[in-house]
Design a protein around this ligand. Structure first.
Ligand SMILES: [Zn+2]
Length: 399
């Protein structure tokens, strides 16, 4: 049986008011508001002139280890990457960070905030094995009707420096991880060629994309990106490789930046930037102009690394805007697009958007324009997934 309704008087991406016909979970037709009467048996939902945005895409987070809903964690950790990594591994046991419970807490928050798609990295290491993956797989299944979740097998504690990790990564890719992750090939693993050859070979064997956390600075980071570009081209993996953070891109003068950005654009190596404080900032506008495909994400939300984050991708668009000195509407809309269409492109989502034929997956907010939504971060009035309301006024709709 076909299910059909009309959402009248909504403004897709800030356009003039429209009536949106939704049939079988997809956008069937978009008509000027009030241009046509609808048959009496068709259900009409009043959109009250609200702004309609496509589902928000959180293309980089860590669902397995958020502390959301747990007691406040007093952070006395050192600032070196390795201190944070080792402290976190210890705290998982001491605090009892349960990946299934914690991922559920963040997923519920994300969906209430209008997020429809999440790419999460999950820790794979020799101490906890696949526990993080198993917990997030359980949550992915539990919430499968309200959100789509893609899982990256992520060697957070290092891969080659901890023998046994490569095997676990292999197991993870067979057990449900969708993407092969990596981490600072030189800075953590001390072997850039070995690290990258291993993860690209694994990705090729399993036909999976690659997403690498790259915090490495200056020339070291540039070298890593060059090696990533080489492998992406050699394996024909355009648009299936993402550099997450890429802090070195925020540390370069104009000419080396143009050279490296050009290489990434040509090879189809995407960039994920969260616009975070206390770290170098890849320049979103310059890189976007060079043709680099960029997405964004929450990264860690209230975890043992840092206490900030709320799994709200409109907030993220504001953070990216402010970190990039974006003040005009065009630039703020670019920041928002990293959290919508940009994430969808990196995750190769099918049926994403607000055109006829797309999934009816969107949110409605009271804002005049997309830039207003980023500046004001209004309450999420309604969140729909495939034509079904999943959240309303910041709370999930009961199943
Ligand atoms: Zn991360």
């Amino acid at each position: 049986m076909s299910t059909e309704f009309v959402l009248i008087n909504v403004r897709p991406n800030g356009a003039a008011a429209k009536d949106v016909v939704i049939r079988d979970g997809r956008i069937a037709e978009i008509l000027p508001y009030g241009s046509r009467p609808f048959a009496a048996e068709i259900r009409v939902v009043d959109g009250e002139g609200l702004l309609m945005l496509p589902g928000l895409v959180d293309a980089h987070t860590h669902l397995d280890k958020t502390l959301l809903g747990m007691p406040w964690y007093r952070n006395d950790v050192g600032l070196e990457l390795i201190d944070l990594i080792e402290n976190e591994r210890r705290m998982k046991r001491e605090l009892g960070i349960d990946p299934a419970r914690q991922s559920a807490a963040q997923i519920e928050r994300s969906v209430a905030n209008g997020t429809s798609h999440i790419r999460t990295h999950v820790d794979i290491d020799t101490e906890y094995g696949l526990a993080g993956l198993e917990g997030v797989l359980a949550s992915r299944y539990r919430y499968r009707d309200i959100v789509d979740i893609e899982i990256v097998a992520f060697p957070q504690s290092g891969m080659l420096i901890r023998p046994g990790t490569v095997d676990l990564m292999e197991q993870a890719t067979r057990a449900g991880a969708d993407v092969v992750g990596g981490l600072d090939p030189s800075g953590v693993d001390r072997d850039p060629k070995g690290h990258l050859d291993t993860i690209f070979a694994m990705a090729e064997r399993h036909g999976k994309p690659v997403d690498i956390h790259l915090h490495e600075p200056d020339a070291l980071g540039v070298f890593a990106i060059e090696l990533i570009v080489e492998r992406t081209k050699a394996l024909g993996m355009a648009d299936r490789v993402t550099v997450s953070h890429g802090f070195c891109l925020g540390m370069l003068a104009d000419r080396p930046l143009a050279r490296l950005g050009g290489m990434m654009a040509e090879a189809g190596v995407h960039l994920m930037t969260k616009g975070g404080a206390a770290s170098p900032r890849p320049p979103v506008l310059d890189l976007s102009d060079m043709g680099v495909k960029i997405c964004s994400g929450s990264d860690g939300v209230r975890d043992t690394w840092q206490p900030f984050g709320n799994a709200d991708m409109l907030d993220r668009a504001a953070i990216v805007s402010q970190r990039n000195d974006f003040i005009n509407d065009v630039h703020i809309e670019l920041a928002l697009s990293l959290c919508t269409y940009g994430g969808a492109r990196t995750m190769a989502l099918q049926g994403y958007g607000l055109e006829p034929g797309c999934d009816a997956t969107f949110l409605l907010v009271r804002a005049e324009t997309p830039a207003d939504a980023v500046a004001s971060r209004p309450a999420r009035r309604s969140v729909y997934r495939k034509g079904i309301p999943v959240a309303k006024d910041g709370a999930l709709v009961a199943a």
